[in-house]
Design a protein around this ligand. Structure first.
Ligand code: NAD
Length: 364
C-alpha cells in the first residue's frame, strides 16, 4: 500500500556538464529585459564577462558573504528598484542563491527587506529567479527556502515565492571548490537527504529522492574532496540536487535545528554546523526504518553509518567538539534554541532539553 502524498516543484531544471552554456539563452528566454546578477565573490569576473554577453544584465552584485547578510539583500533590492529589474539571477553557492531569492521576493514591495525579515508578508508579485549553483550541497536551486542573517540572527524563511523559475546545475562549476568546502557542502547534502528520509513529513516520493541522493553521495563524498575526482564531483552535484528535491517537500529536522545556534554563536559554516551533530542524531534516531536505510547504503547498521560520518569529519579536519569552536560555550542556550526551532518538530524523535543537553555534553 502506497501512502497518499503531494509533491510540489515548479522549477525548470537543467543538469549536466557543460549545461552552463545554456545560461545566456535561458536568461534571454525568461521574458525579463532587465535583471540583476548576484554572483559569488569567486565568480566576480565570470559575472562581469557574462554581463557583456547578456545585455539584459543591468547590474552585478558580487559582495556575497557566507551565511549571507540582510544588508546584501538590501543592496540587491536597491539595484533592482533603481534599474527596474524584473529578475534576479544567481551564480554561486547557497549564499548567493539565497540572497537573490530574498531580493526577488522584495523587489516589488513598498516596504524594506528589513520589514519582511521582521515578519511582514511578502507581496504576491515577485521577480523571476534563476539559480546556478557552484557548490554541491545546499539544493537551494530547487527549494522554497531562503536563509538570511541579520548579524548573529540567522533566519530560515519558507515561501513558494522563493522557488526559482529555472536552474542550471553544471557540475563542472564545482571543480574549483577547495577540499574542505567540498567536504562541508557534501555533508550538507548528505544531511538534507537523511533528514528528508527521517522527517515526519517524508512521503514515498521524497523517500525515493532521498535514497537515490544518498546512493550518489555515500560512495563519492570522500573522493570528491580528497582527490577532487571529477566523476565523484559530478555524482555529488547530482546527489545534492536530488537531496534538495527531497527536503524541499519533506523538510529537514534535528541536525538543521541545531545548526542555527551553532552557526550564529560559534560561526560554523552551514555544512560543518549540520555535520557537527549528524552522527549523534543518526544514533539517536536509529529505528527500524533507518536501520534498513543504513543496510541499503552498504553499512551493517546505523552505528556503522554514524561511525563513517565521524571518520569523514575527523580525517577531513572538520571541528567535532565545542572545545575547537570560537566563542564561549553556553550549552543551555544552544539546547533551548535548538529544541524550540520549528525544524525540531519534524524529527522522528522528540527530545527533552535534558536529553539534548546530554547529547551536546558528549561533544564538549
Ligand atoms: P557558500 O555559498 O557560503 O560558499 C562557501 C564558500 O565557497 C565561499 O567562500 C564561496 O566564495 C566559495 N565558493 C562557492 N563556489 C565556489 C567554486 N565553484 N569554486 C571556488 N569557491 C567557491 O556555501 P554553501 O554551502 O553553498 O551555502 C551556504 C548557505 O546556504 C548558508 O547560508 C546556508 O544556511 C544556506 N542554505 C540554504 C538552503 C536553501 O534551501 N535555501 C539549504 C541549505 C543551506
Amino acid at each position: 500500500m502506497i501512502d497518499a502524498f503531494r509533491y510540489f516543484l515548479p522549477v525548470d531544471i537543467r543538469f549536466g556538464c557543460g549545461a552552463l552554456q545554456e545560461l545566456p539563452a535561458l536568461l534571454e528566454s525568461i521574458g525579463s529585459d532587465k535583471m540583476v546578477l548576484v554572483c559569488d565573490r569567486f565568480f566576480d569576473q565570470f559575472g562581469k564577462d557574462l554581463q557583456k554577453k547578456v545585455p539584459a544584465i543591468v547590474a552585478v552584485f558580487s559582495d556575497v558573504e557566507p551565511n549571507p547578510q540582510l544588508s546584501g539583500v538590501e543592496e540587491v533590492v536597491r539595484l533592482m528598484k533603481a534599474t527596474g529589474a524584473s529578475a534576479a539571477a544567481a551564480i554561486g553557492g547557497g549564499s548567493a542563491i539565497d540572497t537573490a531569492k530574498y531580493a526577488a521576493a522584495c523587489a516589488y514591495s513598498d516596504h524594506t527587506p528589513t520589514a519582511h525579515f521582521e515578519g511582514l508578508p511578502f507581496p504576491q508579485k515577485v521577480a523571476k529567479i534563476i539559480a546556478v549553483p557552484t557548490t554541491a550541497g545546499t539544493g537551494s536551486e530547487v527549494t522554497s527556502v531562503s536563509v538570511i542573517s541579520r548579524g548573529d540572527e540567522k533566519k530560515t524563511t519558507h515561501s513558494p515565492l522563493f522557488c526559482p523559475t529555472a536552474c542550471i546545475v553544471d557540475p563542472e562549476l564545482t571543480f574549483t571548490v577547495p577540499p574542505k568546502t567540498t567536504l562541508m557542502t557534501g555533508l550538507d547534502a548528505f544531511t538534507h537527504a537523511i533528514e528528508a528520509y527521517w522527517s515526519i513529513h517524508h512521503s514515498p516520493m521524497t523517500d525515493l529522492l532521498a535514497i537515490e541522493a544518498l546512493k550518489a553521495i555515500v560512495p563519492h563524498l570522500e573522493k570528491s574532496y580528497r582527490d577532487g575526482d571529477k566523476d565523484a564531483r559530478v555524482a555529488m552535484s547530482y546527489g545534492s540536487l536530488l537531496a534538495g528535491l527531497a527536503f524541499s517537500n519533506a523538510k529537514t529536522a534535528a541536525c538543521h535545528a541545531c545548526s542555527y545556534p551553532l552557526s550564529s554563536y560559534h560561526h560554523l559554516p552551514h555544512g560543518e554546523a549540520c555535520a557537527f551533530t549528524l552522527d549523534s542524531f543518526i544514533r539517536l534516531n536509529a529505528d527500524d526504518r533507518l536501520q534498513t536505510l543504513a543496510k541499503t547504503l552498504g553499512f551493517a547498521d546505523c552505528d556503522a553509518l554514524a561511525d563513517e560520518i565521524a571518520r569523514l569529519k575527523e580525517t577531513g579536519g572538520l571541528r567535532t567538539r565545542f572545545a575547537q569552536l570560537e566563542g564561549a560555550v553556553d550549552l543551555d542556550r544552544i539546547v533551548s534554541e535548538s529544541n524550540v526551532h520549528m525544524l525540531m518538530k519534524n524529527n522522528p524523535v522528540q527530545f527533552t532539553d535534558a536529553q539534548l543537553k546530554a547529547m551536546f555534553e558528549q561533544l564538549l
